[in-house]
Design a protein around this ligand. Structure first.
Ligand code: BJW
Length: 245
C-alpha cells in the first residue's frame, strides 16, 4: 500500500525554486530512519541506565574512560551497520540541483557523505575517527592493542573519539563556515534537530535575522518552531524526498 503523498505548502516550493543559496542544518533525527538512535531518545539495553549527556563530556571520560569508550564502540557498531535513508539521499540530490548549497551537520555518523553529499560541515566531529587525548592528533588505533580505551601509538595516552563533547570548542573552520553560510542563506532548512544544543542551535536564528526563509522538518516541536516560516511535521525520510521531486 502506498503512503499518503506529502503536501508541501506552495510558499516552501517557491522559496526553494527561487533560492540562490540553500543551507541545511541536520541533527540526529535525519539518521533515525537509518537505525541510529537520536541523542535524546531513550537508550536501549546495556546503556539504558546512562543519560547520553552524562557520557558525552570530558569529565565522564576522565572519570570512566573504559565505560565511555565502550559506549562509543557500541555506537560505532550501529553506524557500521547503517546505510543512508531516503532523507540523506534527497539532500545529496538537493546539493546537485541547487545553484549554491551548504550542508551543516551535527551528526557524527558520516551518512551524508555516504549518501553522496560532497561538501559537509561536521560541527561535532566524526565518531569513526580517533584522536590522542593528550596531543589531539588523529590516529588509527593499533588493531593489536587490547587496552580499553586503546593507547596512542605515539605517546601512550588514551585515545578518544574525535567528537565534540559538552564544554569543548567546535572545530573553528567548520563553525565559521556554518555561520557565514547561515547569514548568506535565502532558504534555511533545519532538519531532525531538537535545536537545544549551542552554538549549532543559533544557526537557524542567525539565518532568520538575515532574512532567510526558514523551514523546520521534524515530527515534534522545538524552540525554533514558533519562529520558522514553515514547520513540516513528519519524518525527514518522507518529507525531504518530496522537496526534490
Ligand atoms: C526526527 C525524526 C525523523 C526524530 N525525522 N526528525 C548557550 C546557551 C546555553 C548553553 C550553551 C550555550 N552555548 C553553549 C552552551 C553549552 C552547551 C549547550 O548547548 N548545552 C545545551 C544542552 C543547553 N554547548 C556546548 O558545550 C558546546 N560547546 C561550546 O559551546 O563550547 C564553548 C567553548 C568555546 C571555546 C573554548 C571552549 C568551549 C559543545 C556542544 C557539543 C555537543 N556534542 C554532542 C555529542 C557529540 C558526540 C556524540 O555523538 O557522542 O552532539 S551532544 C548531542 O546533541 C550531539 C548532537 O549533535 C547534539 C544535538 O542533538 P540533535 O542532533 O538535535 O539530536 P536530539 O536527539 O536532541 O534531537 C533529535 C530530533 O530529531 C528531535 O527533535 C526529534 O523530534 C527529531 N526526530 N525522528 C526528523 N525521522
Amino acid at each position: 500500500m502506498c503512503a499518503t503523498p506529502i503536501a508541501i505548502p506552495e510558499p516552501v516550493i517557491d522559496a526553494l525554486r527561487n533560492a540562490r543559496h540553500i543551507v541545511v542544518l541536520t541533527g540526529a533525527g535525519v539518521s533515525a530512519e537509518s537505525g541510529i538512535p537520536t541523542f535524546r531518545e531513550a537508550q536501549t539495553g546495556l546503556w539504558a541506565q546512562y543519560r547520553p549527556e552524562e557520557l558525552a563530556t570530558p569529565e565522564a571520560f576522565q572519570r570512566h574512560p573504559e565505560r565511555v569508550w565502550r559506549w562509543y564502540e557500541w555506537r560505532r557498531s550501529l553506524v557500521r551497520q547503517a546505510a543512508p535513508n531516503p532523507g540523506h539521499l534527497a539532500l545529496a540530490r538537493m546539493e546537485r540541483l541547487a545553484p549554491r548549497f551548504t550542508l551543516i551537520t551535527q551528526n557524527v555518523d558520516g551518512l551524508h557523505q555516504a549518501a553522496g553529499n560532497r561538501h559537509v560541515l561536521e560541527l561535532h566531529g566524526n565518531i569513526m575517527r580517533s584522536r590522542c587525548s593528550r596531543e589531539g592528533r588523529i590516529v588509527e588505533p593499533d588493531p593489536n592493542d587490547t587496552h580499553v580505551p586503546p593507547r596512542c601509538p605515539h605517546c601512550g595516552a588514551f585515545l578518544r573519539p574525535d567528537v565534540v563533547w559538552f564544554g569543548e570548542a567546535l572545530p573553528a573552520d567548520a563553525l565559521t563556515a556554518a555561520q557565514e553560510a547561515a547569514t548568506d542563506a535565502d532558504v534555511f532548512l533545519s532538519v531532525g534537530t531538537s535545536t537545544i544544543v549551542y552554538p549549532a542551535a543559533a544557526l537557524p536564528f542567525d539565518a532568520l535575522a538575515h532574512g532567510a526563509f526558514v523551514v523546520e522538518i521534524n515530527p515534534a516541536t522545538t524552540p525554533l518552531t514558533p519562529h520558522a516560516h514553515a514547520a513540516l511535521r513528519g519524518p525527514a525520510g518522507r518529507i525531504l524526498p518530496a522537496l526534490v521531486d
